[in-house]
Design a protein around this ligand. Structure first.
Ligand SMILES: Cc1cc2nc3c(=O)[nH]c(=O)nc-3n(C[C@H](O)[C@H](O)[C@H](O)COP(=O)(O)OP(=O)(O)OC[C@H]3O[C@@H](n4cnc5c(N)ncnc54)[C@H](O)[C@@H]3O)c2cc1C
Length: 423
């Protein structure tokens, strides 16, 4: 259905169920990563009144950029360093970001650092690589471009989710979302859950108690929602610890002598990937990504500046953080010295090194199918890199956000048609 027709019918559907000044469905998207931003933008463009809630300082999620107030030149992509697009739909959607200046094609060079220290360049057919331009946080900005009607609530972590139910039938009419202090953050007709943490058993390890959506769903008796939550619960997480830093002057030049921008590291127990990126400001950013085994062993260190510590109140241990950071940086320097020679001074960054733990860098296991992503009786939907094909990627998150927005609005529109034909 075309966007304008969809918007008109969807608005009529909500008119039937709610007498309010505005008739467009009020949809809250929980989570401002790529999946949430894609969903929010597509919903807004098809006529929904959208609120986007994100606990971080801005949109981005795992496709984000670390900056500092002290020095605006520092912009380090410490999550996903790039997006590899493997489908025509993903490439087409990304081309819109490229045309608007929010992303650019990325040529690498890519390769592998062998265990013997040799570097081997690599190419992969059928894949186009992109980066946010000039940094990854622009990806989500680009997705949200041209949708000023979206209400953005950043820096707000949702800790409780409550269904709004019809008195007699118990039918779900919408949702209310609350923060840590119990303050109402959003009140909506439909909820799109993008950050899966509120629906996953891992919530209790960090914050204690049951995950908010799991708790809310327990009283609804919606088999479809229960099935979706069970599927989400079976997805596990692959963690990554990253050490990020930025260099200037001769140290920066030394890093640029490496024959790669991105190298997978083979056979190292600590280091899995090295990303070297020259920024527009002339600084050279270096991010060392750990192996899964190292991240699991170091899961008690998550970086005192992480959102979990800052907004969620999770306790951070500074000395453990320094220990883990030291191990990652040493592994990085040993690896790189094999290529550049030991005399090169690599260890004095002008920013960092800083540690960041991505407890859920990549989902592992069968993702939620696109059909499972909508639970209409509960007025709830899921979007993100744990939904649909291409799990654990920016491409997957972006396409799932667009897909769920279309499914949701089509459902609202078809309910409206059914409602008008029964009058
Ligand atoms: C180190 C690393 C390397 C990666 N490399 C690549 C790569 O090379 N290529 C690639 O395609 N992908 C890569 N990825 C994966 C990619 O970043 C993700 O697949 C994608 O960004 C996921 O987007 P999302 O919107 O599904 O989830 P997220 O980005 O996780 O977004 C969910 C958002 O919800 C918010 N949120 C969660 N709970 C709450 C709450 N209770 N209240 C408020 N807000 C909440 C979170 O803060 C977060 O911003 C990498 C990821 C990491 C961490």
């Amino acid at each position: 259905m075309r966007r304008t027709a969809l918007a008109a019918v969807a608005a009529a559907a909500v008119r039937g169920s709610r007498s309010m000044a505005s008739t467009a469905p009020r949809v809250t998207v929980l989570g401002g990563g790529v999946g949430g931003c894609a969903a929010a933008a597509n919903l807004a463009r098809t006529g929904a009144q959208v609120t986007l809630i994100e606990m971080g300082r801005g949109a981005g999620g795992r496709a984000t950029t670390r900056g500092t107030r002290e020095d605006p030149r520092i912009q380090v992509d410490h999550g996903a360093p790039y997006a590899d697009m493997r489908t025509e739909a993903g490439k087409k959607a990304t081309q819109e970001l490229v045309a608007a200046g929010y992303a650019a094609e990325f040529q690498g060079p890519f390769g592998t650092l062998r265990a013997d220290g040799a570097f081997e360049a690599s190419e992969e057919a059928g894949v186009t690589w992109y980066r946010g331009h000039p940094s990854m946080s622009r990806w989500c900005e680009g997705l949200l471009q041209g949708t000023p009607s979206i209400t953005k609530k950043f820096g707000s972590m949702i800790r409780r989710i409550e269904p709004v139910r019809e008195d007699v039938t118990g039918a779900v009419l919408g949702w209310k979302l609350f923060d840590k202090e119990g303050q109402l953050v959003s009140d909506c007709d439909w909820l799109v859950v993008s950050g899966s943490g509120v629906a996953h058993p891992r919530w209790s390890q960090t914050f204690g108690g049951q995950a908010p959506l799991t708790e809310a769903a327990a009283v609804l008796g919606d088999a479809r929602l229960d099935a979706a939550l069970a599927a989400i619960g079976r997805i596990t997480a692959r963690p990554v610890q990253v050490a990020m830093m930025a260099f200037e002057g001769p140290a920066a030049e030394a890093w640029l002598r490496l024959p790669f921008a991105v190298a997978e590291v083979e056979g190292d127990p600590i280091l899995a990937k090295i990303v070297v990126q020259k920024s527009d400001s002339g600084l050279v950013n270096v991010v060392a990504h750990s192996t899964e085994a190292f991240a699991v062993a170091a899961q008690d260190a998550f970086g005192s500046t992480s959102t979990a510590a800052r907004v969620g109140g999770a306790a951070a241990d500074a000395s453990r953080e320094q220990e883990v950071l030291g191990q990652l940086v040493t592994a990085l320097n040993v690896c790189v010295a094999r290529l550049l020679g030991p005399e090169v001074e690599l260890s004095k960054p002008m920013f960092g090194p800083l540690l960041h733990r991505w407890g859920n860098a990549f989902p592992v296991g069968a993702s939620l199918s696109a059909e499972e992503s909508l639970a209409p009786a509960s007025r709830l939907a899921f979007a993100g890199d744990y939904v649909g094909p291409r799990s654990g990627s920016i491409e997957g998150a972006m396409l799932s956000g667009a897909d769920v927005a279309q499914r949701l609005m089509e459902h609202v529109a078809s309910s409206a048609s059914a409602c008008s034909s029964c009058m």
